[in-house]
Design a protein around this ligand. Structure first.
Ligand SMILES: [Zn+2]
Length: 244
């Protein structure tokens, strides 16, 4: 983790309490209108070990999830993104590189999202989640002009931390679940504590059990994007406004 990552890690806890009011002010949803379901989401992959391990557990539990992927990891992991899709899961946009948008000019944000669109090639839902969950007004405008729905989360398990435990992650991310909750987990450790994906994988069976115990099920990714039109294929179909 470099100087930027360290700065973000340090500021993370201070930003966290601000997230819900900030998101409300920016009209970025933390939840989705889901009937009898929650959204199970994994950020930061694909990861050569973490993603297949998560896929295996999801398969064993007949569960579906949405993966907010990073373009540079899609390039590094070859056909792994298509394996995710072939297993019936959905993918969405987390960016091309994993940088806090606060530190990028609007032009740099645009270039990053352009590259993410290129590497995903229409395979992603029209859903976007900013790295670290932090949007700027300019970035939010860019995301929305592409026809993408920004989506944060209502439950997290702090699974990216070195001191996270499977029981702690499972307990926190499933606390007081209700329909429409969006659960944040990570299937990769490239932007977090080394091997943190192992904690997530170890927590996942319990997470799925607790979702079921709450009388809920993980919603297919397509249910998350039903309120937004199109997909990342919009770029190649010429739907992007020329003004950017
Ligand atoms: Zn992330």
């Amino acid at each position: 983790m470099g100087a930027l990552g360290a700065a973000v890690a340090w500021s993370g806890p201070a930003l966290a309490p601000l997230l819900p009011p900030l998101a409300a002010a920016l009209r970025v949803p933390l939840r989705m209108p889901l009937d009898g379901a929650v959204a199970l989401t994994f950020d930061d992959g694909p990861h050569p070990q973490g993603t297949p391990a998560v896929l295996e557990i999801l398969r064993a539990h007949d569960a579906v999830a949405t993966f907010f992927v990073v373009g540079e990891q899609v390039r590094r992991t070859g056909g792994l993104l298509d394996e995710v899709l072939a297993a019936g899961h959905a993918v969405a946009v987390h960016g091309d590189r994993h940088r806090t948008l606060l530190r990028l000019t609007p032009g740099a944000v645009r270039a990053d999202l352009d590259r993410a669109e290129d590497v995903l090639g229409g395979r992603a839902l029209a859903l976007h989640r900013a790295p670290y969950g932090i949007y700027t007004l300019a970035a939010l405008g860019d995301v929305r002009r592409r026809g993408w729905q920004p989506l944060l989360w209502s439950r997290w398990g702090h699974d990216w931390r070195a001191r996270a435990t499977p029981a702690g992650v499972a307990g926190e991310v499933t606390r007081r679940l209700s329909p429409g909750d969006v659960l944040l987990l990570h299937d990769a450790d490239d932007y977090s504590a080394r091997d943190s994906w192992r904690t997530t994988v170890a927590a996942l069976p319990r997470v799925l059990e607790r979702i079921a115990e709450a009388g809920l099920r993980p919603a297919p990714g397509q249910a998350l994007s039903r309120c937004s039109a199109g997909s990342t294929a919009a770029r190649t179909s010429g739907a992007r406004p020329p003004s950017r």
